[in-house]
Design a protein around this ligand. Structure first.
Ligand code: CA
Length: 255
């Protein structure tokens, strides 16, 4: 049950009561989950952003930044499932009133069995959604990326990408229009513990451009953001065609 789309589900537990945190961690790990912990809201928020866990178990009363605030901030950024731990009945009313977007809540004191059952249920639901996502196809102009089969086409022509090139392309396409820093791309594609430097990103972007851009020297899909990193744009189909036909036209002139 802990296996999540071929890998172990990661749960981030944000709880400042050490005994409760240790107990939950021990039992979640025994169920096979990978567990990350934070004991205050600021650290919890930072870990949630950086590690992108499959589930966040979030206490309401936390030092620095309370659970409501963490939930509200994260809801604006991601659809990670959130389970709130509340100490009092009246906090539930606040949750309902604030419509913070938590997926579930558990009132302390709770039984361990009940909490684990709810965790399994939320992760099962998340896995169904992730499976649906795996059938997703991303497109931009004549570029087509099939997430399920991990195949990429430009028009009718299939182009073979390495695993990292594919992951990098998907990360860029999912955030189209946004400037993504090299560090962020390193974390998302290579993982936080990767011992490389940001030139790794540059090299892979160069390879990727050679495979998907009509003219790699005048990219229409993956744009360099000076001093930051890269940004994916979906050019109009006609624009991509024209640039393919006129490889020396500059980006600025075609805009
Ligand atoms: Ca607390």
């Amino acid at each position: 049950m802990a296996c999540y789309n071929g890998r172990m589900a990661t749960i981030l537990l944000v709880e400042d009561e050490a005994i409760l945190s240790d107990t939950l961690r021990y039992n979640l790990e025994r169920e096979g989950y990978t567990v990350l912990t934070a004991s205050d809201g600021v650290h919890g928020l930072e870990l949630a952003r950086r590690k992108q866990p499959d589930l966040l178990i979030l206490d309401v009363m936390l030092p620095q930044l309370d659970g409501f605030s963490v939930c509200r901030i994260l809801r604006n950024e991601s659809d990670i499932p959130i389970m709130m731990l509340t100490a009092r009945q009246d906090e539930i009313d606040r949750i309902a009133g604030l419509e913070l977007g938590a997926d579930d809540y558990v009132v302390k004191p709770f039984s361990l069995g009940e909490l684990l059952a709810r965790v399994r249920r939320i992760l099962w639901r998340g896995r169904r959604e992730e499976e649906a996502l795996q059938r997703e196809v991303l497109t931009a102009a004549d570029l087509k990326v099939d997430l399920g089969s991990r195949r990429v086409w430009r028009g009718a022509h299939e182009t073979g990408l390495s695993a990292k090139e594919f992951d990098l392309l998907v990360c860029l396409m999912r955030n189209r229009g946004l400037a993504l820093s090299r560090d962020l791309l390193l974390e998302r594609v290579w993982g936080y513990d990767f011992l490389g430097d940001s030139r790794t990103v540059d090299v892979h972007v160069r390879w990727l451009r050679e495979k998907i851009e009509p003219d790699p020297s005048q990219p229409v899909f993956i744009h360099t953001v000076r001093g930051t990193g890269y940004r994916f744009e979906a050019p109009a189909q006609a624009d991509a065609d024209v640039r393919a036909a006129l490889p020396h036209a500059s980006n600025e002139a075609m805009r």
